[in-house]
Design a protein around this ligand. Structure first.
Ligand SMILES: [Zn+2]
Length: 55
């Protein structure tokens, strides 16, 4: 079976719905929860690109 589910870029859990994401220099990072997203921001602040206004 080929499954294209994404994995949390911090803890490696399967991300059912990519609700928590950061746009970084290396591409879009996805996270399983707001906690992982927050920790990734602390650790990789320099890699995260500023988010433009989302309409
Ligand atoms: Zn996670």
């Amino acid at each position: 079976m080929t499954d294209t589910k994404k994995l949390c870029d911090l803890c490696g859990l399967i991300v059912e719905t990519p609700t928590y994401t950061w746009k970084t220099k290396e591409g879009i990072k996805v996270f399983c929860c707001e906690g992982c997203k927050g920790i990734y921001q602390l650790l990789n602040e320099d890699d995260i690109l500023p988010e433009p206004d989302q309409n």
